[in-house]
Structures are given as C-alpha cells and as structure tokens.
Design a protein around this ligand. Structure first.
Ligand code: AMP
Ligand code: ZN
Ligand code: FE
Ligand code: FE
Length: 286
C-alpha cells in the first residue's frame, strides 16, 4: 500500500498530462498521488477530475522554490491540499513566473552567444505550462548539441553550466506565511538537496518550523537508506509530519518511476492518514 506525494505534469516540466499522470498512478497500484508542479496549480483541476474518473485519491498541490541561505543548495517546499482558488499563492506565482519569463529569454541569449542555434519559440513550443530548464535540456538533445538530458544540465544549463541563470524565488518566511494563510500542508522537499550536514540541516529546518513548516520529505528517489534513516529520525525528533514522493517527471527523468523512484522507493499510505489526522485536528479540510 503506497502513495506518491511529489510528481510533475505538463503543467510544469513533466512529460505526462495531469490525466496521464493520474492514470499511471492508478495503473501502478498506488493508493493516492499528489500533483505538485513547479510554481503553478494549473494542472490541479484536470488531475482531480481524472482521480474521480479512474478511482484514485488525488491531493491538490504544488512545489515552491525558496531563496536558500548562503551556502545551502536548493530549498524547495511541496504544498499539499491547496484550496481551489488560492488568490494569495496565485499572486506570488505570477511574480515568480514573470521572473521565469525573463530568465528563459536570458538563457536563450546566453546559449546563442555561446554558438548554439536555439530559439525561444522552440522552447516555448515544448511547454504546455511553466517553462523550465528541462524544456531547454530536451531542445539541446533534439538539436544534437548534447546526447542526454543529464549532459545538457552538466555542460550548459545546470547550476554549474556555462549558460546557468538563477531564477526568481520567494523568501522562505513569505512563502510559509502564504501556505499557512491558505491552509496548505507544507513539506520541506528533498532535504538532501540543501547540501548541508545534519546539524546545519536541522538548524535550517527549525527556522522553517518557526515560520510554520509542517513536515519533511523523508522518502525520496535520491535518498539512500542512510539519508532516509537520518531524515526520518530528524523528523520524528522535531515532531514533523513525514512525507515522501518520487519527483516523477516522465521521460525527462527517465530513471525515476512513479511511486518507485529508482526502484527501491516505498512511501507508506499510512503517512497520508497521519497528515489527514493532523489537518482534521487543525480544522482544515482533507
Ligand atoms: P528550473 O525550475 O527551471 O530551474 O528547473 C528545475 C528542474 O530541472 C527540476 O525539475 C530539476 O529536477 C531539474 N534538474 C535540475 N538539474 C538536473 C539534472 N542534472 N538532470 C535532470 N534534471 C535536472
Ligand atoms: Zn521539475
Ligand atoms: Fe524540487
Ligand atoms: Fe519536484
């Protein structure tokens, strides 16, 4: 009995439509999935509809990228149970997406200045929703500039790539306030990606908890057994909800399977029950 609470669709940079994603979840035997696209909840209504059609529970969610402290790597938060019309979150995402639009043009300009014949139009044509670096990676592969998505990130658009451009991000406190105001359950995504040792990770997590963080993604495709154990202990010690997900993106992350990650991922359904209990106790809808 397992679930997957971190997945992407074509509403951001995944390759399956929300309907296809939910159908795959059902066909994979999962009890529930959350749709958690980057900086958007555009795919949520379709996913909820598909959940009803295929008979599987779908949690409406999204993933936010936060400005991380000096020295830390990616700080992402998965928001679960976002309401139907989260005005405040929509305004924040509009601001983030405006930044993305500028950034995408900058990445195109940078790649072109480095001799690559890439166009904004071809990138945009690859995206149905939020444009992100995986769309650039796919285009670089199809142009024959690189032979894999991985190489595209490594050489060109990854954080150490030749055409890397940072993106506009929300401040942690600002994001947490919004998520609390709209009654979402907030989960620190893939804590390993902070790139910090355990004491420093804990310090940062405690800070986020002061701002209202509810849980931590303990089960994750890139967490090995030792990392999973360490984050589980940390979450239990701090009294955080425990979450888990694959970060499934479809064919742009070919090694990651829905619900199974790289093969060994198993996110127990009972975690979802615990989250619901926590929400009910707070008077929030499930
Ligand atoms: P963006 O939000 O535009 O910065 O793009 C972030 C997306 O790129 C996330 O889905 C990441 O998982 C993905 N990504 C980052 N680095 C890599 C990589 N080396 N290989 C594949 N995907 C990556
Ligand atoms: Zn993504
Ligand atoms: Fe993430
Ligand atoms: Fe993700």
């Amino acid at each position: 009995m397992s679930i997957d609470l971190h997945t992407h669709s074509t509403a951001s940079d995944g390759t399956l439509s929300p309907t296809e994603l939910v159908k795959l979840a059902k066909d994979s035997g999962l009890d529930a999935i959350a749709i958690t696209d980057h900086d958007t909840f555009q795919g949520v209504p379709e996913a909820l509809e598909a959940g009803k059609e295929f008979g599987i529970e779908v949690i409406p969610g999204c993933e936010l990228s936060l400005e991380s402290p000096e020295g830390a790597g990616w700080m992402h938060v998965v928001a679960l149970w976002i309401p139907e019309e989260p005005e405040e979150l929509k305004a924040a995402f509009d601001w983030v997406i405006e930044g993305r639009a500028n950034r995408n043009h900058e990445i195109v300009d940078k790649l072109r200045s480095l001799g690559i014949n890439i166009t904004y139009e071809n990138i945009a044509a690859r995206a149905k929703g939020t444009i992100g670096r995986p769309h650039f990676a796919q285009e670089l592969v199809s142009l024959g500039v690189v032979s894999s998505i991985n190489e595209a990130f490594k050489v060109w658009i990854g954080d150490n790539g030749r055409a890397y451009i940072p993106k506009r991000k929300l401040m942690p406190k600002q994001a947490m306030d919004i998520l609390n105001n709209i009654g979402a359950t907030s989960i620190l995504a893939h804590p390993f990606a902070l790139g910090l040792n355990l004491p420093k990770t804990e310090e940062l997590v405690r800070g986020l908890m002061d701002d209202g963080l509810d849980g931590m993604e303990v089960y994750y495709s890139e967490h090995d057994e030792a990392a999973t154990k360490a984050f589980k202990e940390m979450a239990e010690k701090l009294g955080l909800l425990i979450s888990g997900g694959s970060d499934f993106h479809g064919t742009v992350k070919p090694k990651i399977s829905l619900g199974k990650g790289k093969g060994g991922l198993h996110v127990p359904t009972e975690l979802l029950e615990k989250m619901k209990e926590d929400r009910r106790a707070k008077g929030l809808p499930v």
